[in-house]
Write a protein that binds this ligand. Sequence first.
Ligand code: FAD
Length: 265
Amino acid sequence: MATTIAVPKSMIPGGSFLLDERRPDEVFTPEDFTEQHQLIGQTAEEFAVNEIVPNIEKMEHKDFSVTRDLLKKAGELGLSSAEIPEAYGGLEMDKVTSCLIADRIAKYAGFATTWGAHTGIGTLPLVFFGNEQQKQKYLPKIAAGEIVGAYALSEATSGSDALNCRARAQLSADGKHYLLNGEKMWITNAAFADLFTVFAKIDGEKFSAFLVERNFPGFSIGAENQEWSSEHNAEDHLHSLMADLVNNRPLGVAIGSLRLALGIQ
Ligand SMILES: Cc1cc2nc3c(=O)[nH]c(=O)nc-3n(C[C@H](O)[C@H](O)[C@H](O)COP(=O)(O)OP(=O)(O)OC[C@H]3O[C@@H](n4cnc5c(N)ncnc54)[C@H](O)[C@@H]3O)c2cc1C
């Protein structure tokens, strides 16, 4: 189902379009949508009107079972996998498609934030930087809305200044897995997410990311919905990190620090 944009446009760097003269045909407008774009836009619109809007009251009262159900339905409709490769159960569509879905889903900001964190920061680190084993294990379930993703970078003392994070990762004595210690804050979807991309510094130095499942021993969610803390030394953890270890490549370490954390946002 992969698609390309209707009219190839020249790449205009950054916000230069605000300052430089541009011809109208260089600007992408809704008139450039393909039939496929329009169809998926319509699907997203109907989903928003028929499924999200009638449930706003429940979600406002933190009925997360409703949120989870809606994420599952969105997955089944293909609304959560535009940026996931077909090889891992996604639709592998273009950015226009993602923007179109996001625009239609934004009828209710609460769910739009949940969906955006799940499909964006909760999924893309794995799409871009995960190894084959990690992608095969998680992406099809993420695409289907069966598991929900979250992104855990911020801490009480490091927001914009993310590289100052205090969370630490240390290789276990037997060299088979990493132990994570630290606390994160403001983590969208933390109350009900299944898979967290958690940022920490290996030996307090090398900034990297780890895939942490909600049920790993030692992992806990704080009293507030968007906080969690972790004192984590699970054998289970080994499954996602063993591969990293074998390849000498924890998510992100090989590609440098900030690109993984901030390139996604
Ligand atoms: C709704 C919501 C959802 C969020 N979800 C997530 C999530 O899912 N995962 C996650 O990890 N985090 C999440 N966050 C946290 C978010 O990423 C941080 O709030 C953000 O990084 C800013 O950090 P801070 O709030 O500590 O602000 P600070 O870093 O303290 O910044 C405060 C102000 O100072 C400015 N500032 C900071 N440094 C400089 C500088 N060097 N020069 C000039 N100005 C500067 C900033 O622009 C800002 O205006 C979320 C936040 C919100 C509000």
